[in-house]
Design a protein around this ligand. Structure first.
Ligand code: PSV
Ligand code: MN
Ligand code: MN
Length: 388
């Protein structure tokens, strides 16, 4: 049995990027509930992300979404982040909130609109230069609602051309990350619905083009850890958008709906080399806190990833391989489950303390008075995300 002391050094390098939009008010198409203390500016969103890092030591970078996080001076925003102890991370493009994109962006049949969508990505690449970001993450809302509405094949051709035009503007150190999603907002066909489509496109682009796996973007019952293994094998797993779901793209706290699935995913990440210190797989969250407080919602999320990573590291891989090769199904399964059922929370608490972090970041945040302070200071928080 592997012990916590043996795996603890591997927890040192864990970094989970948090999304700026997690700190803004979000909701469903039915209602957006305002949360007291919601940031009024991009700077305040970064400050909230920095608070998550202070209490956990796990979240050194914050991802931005453009134009939600558009500011005049990204250099100044970068300095602001640095002063708070975090860095600006992935730049997410957004071609889903403009009337012109009603029938698509990068896939659009109208050259003008397609060029507008390409230009938006070029603007994102410029921003990356100022923020020092490595990754441009592209998720497209493109698709159609009715059979016959759109030329599926023509859209694939145009998508390939548009992606090539964007990719050509990246430096060798920068990456294009293509995110897939099986439906929503389009309900009949989506132009990048699955990992196979995303893989086909990024393979055509080159070495620095990869796939983003958002854990909420699959049909119920999909074996996501299998996709992880495949993408790692192809050298094409660029990043994760972690969240959890009961029904569709629920964007709930990671590990809340199905902790065992999170464990299985992290096991395959580790097994496939995606968690090695030199790995370039980015761990990110893509979540919305509709009814819970946002900073502790993010703290809970990064802690859940850390906890499940520790449990996945505990799998005795040598013993597992032996059982697998002996065809000993039940022993292999038991070894796997033993690690999953191990409560690592006390060991993690002691380990955090030994590194000068709060043993229990959730309680430490509660006791810090930080939430009361931002609730008193910030009145009229900006609504970001889906309604912006
Ligand atoms: C789309 O559902 C998505 O997962 C993409 O990552 C977007 O950038 C994000 O949600 C917005 O919350
Ligand atoms: Mn996502
Ligand atoms: Mn999503």
């Amino acid at each position: 049995m592997t012990t916590f002391a043996e795996i603890a050094p591997q927890l040192e390098h864990q970094a989970i990027e948090v999304p700026s939009w997690a700190y803004g008010n979000s909701g469903t198409r039915f209602k957006v509930f305002g949360t007291p203390g919601t940031p009024r500016s991009v700077e305040e969103k970064i400050a909230d992300a920095a608070a998550v890092h202070r209490f956990t030591g796990l979240a050194p970078r914050v991802a931005l979404h453009i134009p939600w996080d558009l500011v005049d001076d990204f250099g100044a925003l970068r300095s602001h982040a640095g002063e708070l102890g975090v860095e600006l991370g992935t730049i997410n493009s957004n071609t889903f909130q403009d009337d012109d994109y009603k029938f698509g962006g990068l896939t659009h049949h109208d050259r003008r609109i397609r060029q507008k969508a390409i230009d938006h990505h070029l603007q994102c690449i410029e921003i990356m230069g100022q923020t020092g970001s490595r990754d441009l993450k592209i998720w497209l809302a493109d698709g159609s609602n009715y059979p016959g509405q759109a030329d599926i094949l023509g859209r694939q051709e145009r998508l390939a051309d548009s992606l090539a035009a964007i990719h050509a503007q990246l430096s060798d150190e920068q990456r294009l990350i293509l995110e897939y999603k099986f439906f929503e907002p389009a309900f009949y066909h989506t132009d990048v619905p699955d990992w196979g489509t995303a893989l086909t496109h990024v393979q055509a682009l080159g070495e620095n083009a990869k796939v983003c796996l958002d854990t909420g973007h699959h049909a119920p019952g999909t074996n996501i850890e299998f996709i992880v293994a495949q993408l790692l094998r192809a050298g094409k797993l660029g990043s994760f958008d972690f969240n959890s779901r009961f029904y569709a793209d629920d964007d709930l706290i990671v590990g809340a709906a199905d902790p065992f699935q999170l464990f299985r995913i992290l096991f395959e990440v580790i097994r496939g080399g995606g968690y090695a210190p030199e790995s370039e797989v980015a761990f990110m969250l893509d979540q919305c806190h509709n009814v819970e407080k946002k900073i502790p919602g993010q703290i809970r999320s990064v802690l859940n990833v850390q906890e499940m990573t520790a449990r996945a590291l505990l799998v005795d891989r040598a013993a597992l391989a032996e059982a697998q090769e002996a065809g000993d199904v039940l022993t292999a399964h038991e070894i796997f489950m033993d690690a999953f059922y191990t409560d690592v929370r006390p060991d993690l608490a002691a380990w955090r303390e030994s590194r000068g972090l709060p043993a229990d970041p959730m309680r430490a945040y509660e006791a810090s008075g930080h939430q009361e302070q931002i609730e008193a200071e910030r009145v009229g928080g900006a609504q970001v995300g889906w309604g912006a």
